[in-house]
Design a protein around this ligand. Structure first.
Ligand code: NAX
Length: 331
C-alpha cells in the first residue's frame, strides 16, 4: 500500500470545506488507491463546527482516510503537509471597502505563507481557492520565498469547467466530449473564457467548438458573460455561493497537476506568469496548461485574435491593480 499523502484544507468548517473533505477522503483528488491524511484548519469561532466535520469524517469510515487533524493552530495544520488547499479567507461583507477586504486577506495569507514555508513538506503544492484567489496566491508566494514559485497556484478550474458545461449544454453533447477551452486571467468577472481553440468530439472526429456552435454572436457575448457571472447566478438561486462545484474543481485541479493531463488536453490554472502571451511577469494569472510528472507548463503558440487580445490584457490590468492594492495593505 502507498504511503499516505497529507492534505491541508483551510477554512474547512465552511461550505466548500464541507463538500471538499469527503471528496478527498474518497480519492477524487489523488486517486482511488492513494491513502490520505487530512488536516483541517479554521479559526476559533468555527472550532466547534470544525470538530463536527471531523466527527463526520470518522463516521463515514472512508477506507482511504488514514488520519484527521482538526485544529485552529496554523503550525499544527501545516505540519508535514504535501498538498495545501487554501479555502479559508475573509469574505466581503456588505458595505466593506475593497481595500479593507484585501487588507484582511493579505494579513491572513502572509501569516499562512510563513507557516507553510516553515512546517510543510519542502515540495508542498499549494492551491489557493479563497478570494481574491489570484492575489492571495501572489501574497502567499511573496511570503514563502523558499517554496518554489511553480508550486503556488490558484483555482480557475471552476470557471474552466463552467465554460465546458455551457458549450456542452448548447450543443447537447456530453461535457466529456468538449475540451481545451481557456480561462485567461483573474478569477473575477474580468476573466476571459476563450473558446477559439476548443474542440468537440463528434462521430465525424474532432471539430472546432466555434464551428459546431455556429453562432459567433452568442459565443462572443452571452457565453462569455454567462461564465463570468455564473458565481452570481448560483448565489441568486441558492442564496449561498458555489460549493460542490468549487470543491469538485479543486479536486480536478490537484488531480491533473499531480497525475497529469490527458494527451492533447489542456486545463486552466492560475500560475505565476513568466511573460507568456505578453502577460506581465510577477502576476498569478490563469493560463492554459498541460501537466506531466507533477509539473505544469503553459501551452505555447496559440493564435490570439484581436478581441481576445483586448480581453486578455484587460484582465491582466485588473490583476496589476489588485497587486498594487495588496502591496499598499502591507505598509
Ligand atoms: P465560507 O464562509 O463558508 O467558509 C470560509 C471558512 O474560512 C469559514 O469557516 C471561516 O471561519 C474560515 N476562515 C476565515 N479566516 C480563516 C483563517 N484565517 N484561517 C483559516 N480559516 C479561516 O466560504 P466558502 O463558501 O466555503 O468559500 C470559501 C472561499 O472560496 C471564499 O473566499 C470564496 O470567495 C472562495 N471561492 C472561490 C472560488 C474559485 O473558483 N476560486 C469559487 C467558490 C468560492 O466563491
Amino acid at each position: 500500500e502507498k504511503e499516505p499523502v497529507t492534505v491541508l484544507v483551510t477554512g474547512a468548517a465552511g461550505q466548500i470545506g464541507y463538500a471538499l473533505v469527503p471528496m478527498i477522503a474518497r480519492g477524487a483528488m489523488l486517486g482511488p488507491d492513494q491513502p490520505v491524511i487530512i488536516h483541517m484548519l479554521d479559526i476559533e469561532p468555527a472550532a466547534e463546527a470544525l470538530n463536527g466535520v471531523k466527527m463526520e469524517l470518522i463516521d463515514a469510515a472512508f477506507p482511504l482516510l488514514k488520519g484527521v487533524v482538526a485544529t485552529t493552530d496554523v503550525v499544527d495544520a501545516c505540519n508535514g503537509v504535501n498538498i495545501a488547499v487554501m479555502v479559508g479567507g475573509f469574505p466581503r461583507k456588505e458595505g466593506m471597502e475593497r481595500k479593507d477586504v484585501m487588507s484582511k486577506n493579505v494579513s491572513i495569507y502572509k501569516a499562512q505563507a510563513s507557516a507553510l514555508e516553515q512546517h510543510a513538506a519542502p515540495d508542498c503544492k499549494v492551491l489557493v481557492v479563497a478570494n481574491p484567489a489570484n492575489t492571495n496566491a501572489l501574497i502567499l508566494k511573496e511570503f514563502a520565498p523558499s517554496i518554489p514559485e511553480k508550486n503556488i497556484t490558484c483555482l480557475t478550474r471552476l470557471d474552466h469547467n463552467r465554460a465546458l458545461g455551457q458549450i456542452s449544454e448548447k450543443l447537447d453533447v456530453h461535457v466529456s466530449e468538449v475540451k481545451n477551452v481557456i480561462i485567461w486571467g483573474n478569477h473575477s468577472s474580468t476573466q476571459y473564457p476563450d473558446v477559439n481553440h476548443a474542440t468537440v468530439n463528434t462521430n465525424n472526429g474532432q471539430k472546432p467548438a466555434r464551428e459546431l456552435v455556429g453562432d459567433d454572436k452568442w459565443l462572443n457575448t452571452e457565453f462569455i458573460t454567462t461564465v463570468q457571472q455564473r458565481g452570481a447566478a448560483i448565489i441568486k438561486a441558492r442564496k449561498l455561493s458555489s460549493a460542490l462545484s468549487a470543491a469538485s474543481s479543486a479536486c480536478d485541479h490537484i488531480r491533473d497537476w499531480v497525475l497529469g493531463t490527458p494527451k492533447g488536453t489542456w486545463v486552466s490554472m492560475g500560475v505565476y506568469s513568466d511573460g507568456s502571451y505578453g502577460i506581465p511577469q510577477g502576476l498569478i494569472y490563469s493560463f492554459p496548461v498541460t501537466c506531466e510528472k507533477g509539473e505544469w507548463s503553459i501551452v505555447q503558440g496559440l493564435k490570439i485574435d484581436e478581441l481576445s487580445r483586448e480581453k486578455i490584457d484587460a484582465t491582466a490590468k485588473e490583476l496589476v491593480e489588485e497587486k498594487t492594492l495588496a502591496y499598499s495593505c502591507l505598509n
